[in-house]
Design a protein around this ligand. Structure first.
Ligand code: FAQ
Length: 329
């Protein structure tokens, strides 16, 4: 058990979910409809617990793995100021994972189990982090557009029904606002730089555009969980609505820097106010999230390495009896 937030599902006091009467289900839904938050000690349907655990765990995993593509550029940052900013950002992302694992633990799954499921490839994390950061241009695009996409999603989710998740997201969004500024500063520096720098940035935008369109999940008609999650106000916008909101906010910002978007069919329909675009390759999306993306193996290998080499830190903190101490001469 890690921290004091973990609720042991085998403890008889936490067995409220066994009695799933219609009356309880109706009262639960009424609470959500009234805008009240659900807290860890409240009764909740088994499926609510399961769905939230799945979503928060995937989100926590994304923050942890999300530190890796940018982390590879810390030693190669173009100057000291950018290196310091990147170190701080990467550290923040790992901190976000901590906050989210804490929130997920309140639902009964231990952090150890979540990290283990991640390491063995059983648990998912965001598709975008299975792509390489090939140049410094990719760092600008991740900092501005991936963080921008994450903020769109997280601001919406922070108004959801589960108290611990919403509180974690409020804090995360505040920090992400700084990430966005460092991403934008990087992006502008390259966009107004030499022709080579502009080209490097444009290439990065071209590489990341499709993964970014995938980021918000499959189209609404293919989404498996949206309907239930929206009824429970865990999600407050559908995948397509979030994607649309992202395009509304970020397409003008990309175009005003003189960059282009690698989709000739992208345009806003003035009547429906919705963006129309080429259908992103959804087969690629499903391949990547099932473990067959360009960097999936590399990302999980890092987690295995960390487990192997840093287990002693966990042991020292949580199981000091297992740590062999060497007497000082
Ligand atoms: N990647 O039924 P739906 C960040 C899966 S944090 C991988 O529509 P749902 C910060 C989905 O799990 C980024 N898998 O799913 C940062 C399900 O599979 P399952 C993470 C995806 O839950 C920035 C299946 O497809 N953010 O970036 C993805 O209703 C920069 C069917 O899909 C969150 O996790 C995907 N993109 O909606 C860090 C936010 N999309 O579980 C470092 C919380 C879908 O049945 C640097 N999550 N799938 O096997 C959410 O809001 C939702 O879970 C969605 C998906 C919107 C992601």
């Amino acid at each position: 058990m890690y921290g004091n937030a973990f609720i042991d599902p085998n403890d008889p006091r936490n067995k409220q979910e066994v009695e799933e009467s219609q009356e309880l289900l109706d009262a639960f839904q009424a609470k959500i409809d009234n805008g009240q938050k659900i807290e860890p000690s409240d009764w909740m349907p088994k499926m609510y617990r399961k769905q939230l655990t799945r979503m928060i765990e995937q989100h926590a995993n994304s923050e942890l793995i999300g530190a890796l593509p940018e982390g590879t550029w810390i030693t190669r940052a173009p100057n000291f100021k950018r290196k310091m900013a990147l170190i701080a950002k990467v550290q923040d992302e790992v901190g976000h994972a901590q906050l989210l694992y804490n929130a997920a633990e309140t639902l009964g799954k231990s952090r150890e189990a979540m990290l283990n499921d991640l390491m063995i490839g059983k648990a998912k994390y965001s598709n975008v982090f299975n792509y390489p950061a090939e140049t410094w241009g990719d760092i600008a695009v991740i900092g501005f557009l991936v963080d921008g996409a994450a903020i769109v999603n997280q601001l919406i989710n922070s108004k959801g029904s589960y108290g611990p998740y919403c509180r974690a997201l409020k804090r995360i969004c505040a920090e992400e606002a700084f990430h966005l500024k460092q991403g934008h500063d990087n992006l502008v520096a390259l966009a107004v730089g030499t022709p080579e720098q502009r080209q490097m940035l444009q290439d990065a935008v071209n590489r990341w555009w499709q993964p970014l369109m995938h980021f918000f999940g499959p189209p609404d008609k293919q989404s498996v969980h949206s309907e239930q999650l929206m009824r429970w106000k865990v999600k407050l916008a559908s995948n397509d609505d979030m994607r649309n909101q992202f395009l509304d906010q970020y397409v003008p910002k990309i175009l005003e820097l003189g960059l282009s978007i690698p989709d000739p069919n992208l345009r806003k329909n003035s009547e429906t106010k919705r963006w129309e675009m080429s259908d992103p390759d959804w087969d690629e999306f499903y391949r990547v999230i099932k473990g067959d993306g360009p960097c999936n193996k590399e990302r999980l290998a890092v987690r295995r390495w960390v487990k192997e080499h840093h287990q002693w830190v966990t042991d020292a903190l949580l199981r000091p009896e297992r740590v062999r101490t060497v007497p000082l001469a």
